[in-house]
Design a protein around this ligand. Sequence first.
Ligand code: ZN
Length: 466
Amino acid sequence: MIALLASCLVERDPDPARILVVWSPEAETAARRAGHLVDLRSQYLVDLADTVMADSGVTASVELAGAEVLVEPEPQLVPRELLALARQRLADPESELATLRARHRADVVVWIVDTDTAPSGVAQLLDGRSASDPFDAVAVVQWDAPELVFPHELFHVYGADHSWLQQVAEDELVEGYAHGWTAPGVLAHTIMADASECTWAGAPLSACDVVPRLSNPAVLAWGEPLGDVRTAYNACVVQQRARYVSRLYELATGEDRWDASLAPSCPVVLGPGRDLAGTICLAERADWTGCTDLRGTVRVEDPERVRGVERVTGDLLLSGPGVSSLSALSALRSVGGTLTLRDTALVDLAGLEQLERVGGLVIESNPALVGLSALRVAEVPGSLLLVGNAGLRHLDGPVGIERAGVLWVTRHPELEDLAALRGLRGVSGGLAIWGNPRLVDCALPELDDEVRQAVVLFDNGEGCVP
Ligand SMILES: [Zn+2]
């Protein structure tokens, strides 16, 4: 395995790619006011990109070709429009940008700007498999963007792309392996991936750390490989395109000519990271056999269809009389969106014992349901709605829910107590208990006073006070 991985990274490039950092006069003024010296700042950002490459197992390198402040004022445009403008100007030998590039013989130009509109960086993703236009080797970065935005945009120029799942969903697959990596197990993502995928694990975005690395299955963080060779091997694409990127100036001027050997591709071999085939699947697919991760929203009337699934990134809806047991869900650990059980024949929730995280939970109109005791989830960040379960007598559970976004317990003719909610401490978006005529014990001893004041209670049994 090590030999195969090494073979992907064997393409050495002794010639660093030369990066010209140009500042709009507005960005320079703003950065100077914030205490930055543009030369030092430019050097720092290019060095940072170089360090990320080295730490990610890439042997090629980048260097600062020069740091310049433009005379031309920055047009009032959003970053994408600025990128298009930069490409135009680089193709025009009379323009200031093209003149500066020629003076420094720069392969890639990064334009530092002062716009405060999203995104904070944007770059042209080079194809690299054919003779792409070398004038496209440009990125636009806001002067006060987080530091890793600079290397992120620069590596787009090498063909490194965002996460595989995101691109598949958007139908924009570039190279199978050229993607960032998200490791839900350790709540981290590499610099090309998108933190939003950490919600796979049901975690809030803020809990997901960025690791300053390109995805590479041979590099570990917290004991997990930071990639896999099929889908998440940014280090490989950066390595393989390094010769091409380091010749972009020569290609632009005609001093050098494109040939296909400038862009060899990485071998696709089985790696030690997650094996894509059969484990991570799009929910739109018809057959989920062998899938452990389903991306997207899943609706089923037969729980057997999701047997073995551990994670659903979107919503999971089970409904209909065919849903009489959840034992097929015994591997399920997280639902990124809302888990809904509606109009089922369920008597209990046995089978959900492994469920650790859920974005929201809706249990509605399940007439045979008598309790929730298998539920171990302690927190529901979105809505927790218990609605119209005609036979539900007890809200019992061994652990109990501590926090929820919105919580509703409503229209339960048989419900007598809220035992499962006794550990409830906080509800951020509103708590309503109504239409439960036999509910006499509404004690919620742990609840924050502020929430207690705001609880909506009516049409419950006598003595129902939180
Ligand atoms: Zn990007």
